[in-house]
Design a protein around this ligand. Structure first.
Ligand code: AMP
Ligand code: MG
Length: 275
């Protein structure tokens, strides 16, 4: 099977990347039916790999999910990790920084949620907001956010060098599909809690967001910490692709159950019932 990481890896060459990728595309899989069937098998595979990662307790995985509102970041978390032992998983949704967070370096709050040995951490939004929403809204001066690309590259290099595999995913949603999803939220009263009027204002800045994503992906795409662009207009594709990216990353790590030198016979003898 072709590596989905190779199919979806961002290949920045100086020219705009996102307009070349179809949000309706489905590289690597024929269609919905196949994707849903494969997702089941991959979920089992992921559970078993995560079990070994946890037991091995030396490496870790960080999954960074970025994308516009309604692109399916939380949906991907729900579907991709549903079979994984929650004890080895953490999910952090990064919102607008609190006052305390704003008083620190932008990476301060991020560091606190990095995965410990044996763990998988998922970031629903991340330090990339500090070069995306912050840039679109001019929340800090340009020279400051421009300097952050290099800081992010350095930071991620350090994380990777410490034994954490970093998987960065941009969920590539179309402007039109976002409109449909926002309308769908309005049509279903059970989804009204998800509706945020501010999303409509953000949507009006779509071109600025795309420019900010384009730069963030191009400038922070490294061998140790590559970006993957997942077409996200179809939920079945998004789920399938994110699952595959995570499974391939774990297969590369190939974690093993530790084999401590136990004297099994002696221990069994000590557990023998009293007679
Ligand atoms: P949501 O993910 O829809 O719940 O919204 C979270 C909001 O927090 C989004 O509008 C983000 O852009 C915003 N946010 C996340 N990180 C930052 C940040 N570092 N600075 C400003 N806004 C942020
Ligand atoms: Mg939102």
């Amino acid at each position: 099977m072709a590596s989905v990481r190779d199919l979806l890896r961002a290949g920045p060459d100086g020219s705009p990347l996102l307009p070349r990728i179809d949000p309706l595309g489905h590289p690597g899989i024929g269609g919905r039916r196949d994707a849903i069937r494969e997702l089941e098998a991959a979920a089992l595979r992921l559970a078993s790999l995560q079990d070994r990662l946890y037991a091995e307790h030396t490496r870790a995985v960080l999954v960074v999910l970025q994308g516009m509102d309604t692109s399916g970041k939380s949906g991907a978390v729900k579907h991709v990790f549903r079979g994984v032992n929650p004890a080895g998983l953490s999910v952090t949704a990064f919102k607008q920084p609190t006052e305390e967070e704003r008083a620190h370096h932008f990476l301060w709050r991020i560091e606190q949620h990095l995965p410990g040995q044996g763990h998988i951490a998922i970031f629903d939004r991340s330090h990339y907001e500090d070069v995306i929403v912050v840039r679109v809204h001019g929340l800090v001066p340009e020279e400051e956010w421009r300097g952050r690309y290099e800081e992010i590259v350095e930071f991620e290099r350090r994380v990777a060098a410490g034994g954490t595999a970093v998987v960065k995913v941009y969920l590539h949603l179309s402007f039109e599909e976002q409109r449909r999803r926002l309308l769908a939220r309005l049509e279903d009263p059970d989804k009204h809690w998800k509706f945020n009027e501010a999303d409509i204002q953000e949507r009006a800045r779509w071109p600025e967001y795309m420019a900010a994503y384009e730069d963030a992906i191009a400038r922070c795409h490294t061998d140790e910490s590559p970006w993957y662009i997942v077409p996200a207009d179809r939920k079945w594709y998004r789920n399938w692709a994110v699952e595959r990216l995570v499974v391939e990353t774990l297969e590369d790590l190939d974690p093993h159950y530790p084999r401590p030198p136990l004297d099994v016979e002696a221990l069994q003898a000590r557990l023998a019932p009293p007679n």
